[in-house]
Design a protein around this ligand. Structure first.
Ligand SMILES: C[S@@+](CC[C@H](N)C(=O)[O-])C[C@H]1O[C@@H](n2cnc3c(N)ncnc32)[C@H](O)[C@@H]1O
Length: 361
């Protein structure tokens, strides 16, 4: 069993993204989840900070955590350190006291402490409060939502995600345009869509290439399309800057409603489509009315995406009807706040079992 320390404030969304790197993910408290198993993909997650190999779970108080550690079998050797965290700052725990008390349990059990470079790092993660699911517009809500919980997860650090998103701030990139997506969100959407080693990920409205950079950095082959030549050139420059030399990428000028790609079912079909639709404020909507553009892009994404693939559509409103009418099933829609006057609707789409009727009566 593993514990996951989540990042951000939207726990259901964070746990949803974590499923791209872990199996049996279950939200247990604000900012905390458990998982049956994890993969090395944890390192690529946007909204998970780290995974710990669980020793156990107790109530959120230092005495219970200490008793758990005293009773637990420990089959490790080498130096140790303890790091405690009040994940949401709501559990009224003294993390220093927790570190001292659990550290002394380890010393009593014969371990030497090395605070700077321990062989094993014990994480003690406290969280209390009510789990909310404010961001879920459509989709399953975990059982724990609405409950007031009080949880401490104790375990050995197993994997940490790279918190390097600020190194790729849109304003610092060689090519920047207003409306570029934050790297942490672009990474999360790419992960949710199924980006990963060898996967072919397409952004049919790539803008400055934010999604493609993140999908490429987790090992995907990436292809960007944009109606504007300056975006095509700019995305290419950004990808050349941030992706390793070995990365496979392409960027072409084109129309998201008529992509220059084969139908799904061919051996090199697209594994995932991710796109950020124009908001009708800043982005130029080339050749189409917004509704026709989004519907046409969803239909073409459905045409090119393999049957077990996903599309993630990010927009400033719900495109539920358009998604359904173009053959997609809505696995979930998250409504994520950007600022006071803007929410982002993140639609997670997969192949509908029954294609929609061509001409419903
Ligand atoms: C919201 S922006 C994408 C921003 C991007 N995710 C980023 O991080 O920079 C939408 C993009 O859609 C492009 N676009 C508009 N109409 C299009 C069409 N018919 N086909 C392809 N791209 C189109 C615009 O040129 C713009 O770059």
């Amino acid at each position: 069993m593993y514990g996951l320390e989540l990042a951000g404030e939207e726990d259901v969304f964070a746990a949803y993204e974590a499923k791209s790197a872990a199996a049996g993910v279950e939200l247990v408290a604000p900012g905390l989840a458990t998982a049956g198993s994890v993969t090395d993909r944890v390192e690529t997650l946007a909204y998970t900070r780290n995974a710990i190999e669980l020793i156990g779970r107790t109530d959120a108080d230092v005495g219970s955590a200490r008793a758990l550690l005293q009773a637990a079998p420990i089959e490790r050797q080498g130096t140790v350190a303890v790091r405690a965290r009040d994940v949401r700052g709501t559990s009224e725990i003294s993390t220093q006291q927790a570190e001292r008390e659990l550290g002394s349990v380890l010393v009593d059990r014969g371990f030497a402490v090395d605070l700077d470079d321990p062989d094993h790092l014990l994480r003690v993660l406290f969280s209390s409060g009510v789990v909310d699911a404010d961001e879920v517009a459509i989709g399953p809500v975990p059982d724990v939502v609405g409950e007031s919980v009080d949880v401490c997860l104790v375990g050995w650090l197993a994997a940490e995600s790279a918190r390097d998103f600020t190194e790729r701030k849109p304003t610092d990139r060689p090519f920047f345009q207003p409306g570029s997506m934050a790297p942490i969100d672009a990474r999360a959407y790419a992960n949710v869509a199924g980006a990963g080693r060898g996967r072919l990920v397409v952004d049919p409205m790539c803008g400055t290439g934010g999604v493609l950079i993140e999908a490429g950095l987790v090992g995907s082959r990436v292809l960007g399309i944009d109606a504007q030549e300056k975006m095509v050139r700019g995305t290419r420059e950004n990808l050349e800057t941030y992706l390793p030399e070995s990365a496979e990428f392409g960027v072409v000028r084109g129309d998201a409603t008529a992509l220059p790609l084969c139908d799904s079912g061919t051996p090199d079909a697209v594994d995932a489509v991710v796109f950020d639709a124009p908001y009708g404020r800043q982005s130029k909507i080339a050749r189409h009315e917004l509704a026709a553009l989004v519907e046409g892009a969803l239909a073409d994404a459905h045409r090119i995406c393999r049957s077990d693939g996903r599309t993630v559509l990010v927009a400033d409103r719900s495109w539920r009807e358009a998604a359904i009418s173009t053959g997609w099933e809505l696995e979930a829609v998250f409504r994520r706040p950007v600022h006071r006057s803007l929410d982002r609707y993140v639609h997670v789409l997969s192949e509908a079992d029954d294609p929609p009727l061509e001409d419903p009566l």
